[in-house]
Design a protein around this ligand. Structure first.
Ligand code: AMP
Ligand code: FES
Ligand code: ZN
Ligand code: ZN
Length: 324
């Protein structure tokens, strides 16, 4: 009988630490890190994400995804000639947010990247759980809206060209398919690798992990010896997304690389999806993007605090990001 042979790294012949089915590659730790960096580099190039001399603000949550995004981008600043800084929003969700903030600070220090932190309690006097209780809405839906608003506001006030998000391939494939099933076709456009900004009040977004699997982000931080968030958000609930994820995982199991092919064809056909029917306007109170005279964030603040924060909030955010 043949002894079971140890798998060897396809690049250096040393014992392999992982096997990538979609690439049919056995890789040791070192060559896996190189491989993922090269994937991110290819993705940035393929979708022309970064213009020379651009200023990019990385949105970092403390999770493995955005840490992988920050670490890989930080190694590409010279190659693509751009400036990278980072921003974290402390959502005030008990130990979950305390751990996230600590990790973000560590990762930014390791990557040598200047960062700023917006604390919701300091900024609004309200955490996500308090905000959710006051307006009787599920924390997750408010959290998404608050993060989107503040990331854009911070990007505008910091004067950056693009905000980089840590969405990985597995999540993006789920969101795209969900929007297709619900026929929210306009929203599919927003899920591409790159979304252009608009007129100085809507910052463009890039997703450097558009073609990187979630499993690879976990391996990346672990092989690179980088800490990442161990706690799950206490408000996470199982929903439609998890069923779609299971379906897509099955497709990937049957044909490795399926999700990459899916994401690439979506990126190619993005322009065929309809544009939003509404015109992007400026909120009359804070000047941020809105579908009506007053944006949903200002309306939420009026409900909770009795007044919108409008330009006062912008001043405070400007001060926070001024150190970047
Ligand atoms: P999520 O919607 O929570 O899956 O997060 C998607 C992306 O938004 C992450 O990969 C980050 O780039 C960014 N993000 C999420 N949470 C935060 C946060 N608390 N602070 C800054 N950026 C965040
Ligand atoms: Fe926002 Fe869970 S991370 S509610
Ligand atoms: Zn190797
Ligand atoms: Zn507003």
């Amino acid at each position: 009988m043949n002894p079971i042979r140890e798998a060897l790294c396809s690049r250096c012949g040393r014992p392999a630490d992982t096997y990538l089915r979609y690439a049919k590659l056995n890789l040791c730790k070192e060559h896996f890190l190189d491989y993922i960096l090269a994937r991110v580099e290819d993705t940035v190039k393929r979708y022309r994400m970064i213009k020379p001399k651009a200023r990019i603000l990385a949105a970092v949550s403390g999770g493995k995804d955005s840490s992988t995004m920050l670490l890989t981008l930080s190694k590409l600043t010279g190659k693509f000639d751009f400036e990278l800084t980072a921003l974290h929003i402390d959502l005030g969700i008990d130990e979950y947010s305390t751990e996230a903030r600590m990790i973000v600070e560590k990762v930014c220090r390791i990557a040598g990247i200047r960062y700023a932190i917006i604390g919701l309690e300091d900024l609004l006097g309200l955490s996500i759980p308090k905000l959710a209780r006051r307006i009787y809405r599920p924390p997750c839906s408010i959290c998404g809206a608050v993060k989107r608003y503040l990331l854009n506001l911070a990007g505008v006030e910091a004067g950056v060209d693009m905000v980089a998000l840590g969405h990985h391939l597995d999540d993006l494939a789920v969101y795209i398919l969900k929007n297709f099933l619900l026929q929210n076709l306009e929203d599919i456009r927003k899920l591409g690798p790159k979304t252009e900004g608009y007129d100085g009040f809507l910052v463009g977004r890039i997703r450097p992990l558009y073609e990187v699997y979630e499993r690879d982000t976990a391996l990346y931080v672990s092989f690179a010896g980088i800490p990442y968030q161990s706690l799950e958000c206490p408000f996470h609930s199982v929903g439609m997304e998890d069923r779609i994820r299971a379906f897509l995982d099955g497709m990937e199991e049957d044909s490795p690389g399926f999700k990459i092919a899916f994401a690439r064809s979506i990126a190619r056909s993005l322009s065929k999806y309809p544009q939003p029917r509404y015109e992007v306007r400026r909120c009359g109170l804070c000047g941020m993007p809105s579908q009506s005279d007053v944006c949903s964030f200002c309306r939420m603040m009026m409900k909770v605090l009795g007044k919108p924060l409008g330009l006062e909030l912008r001043d405070r955010v400007r001060e926070i990001v001024s150190k970047l």
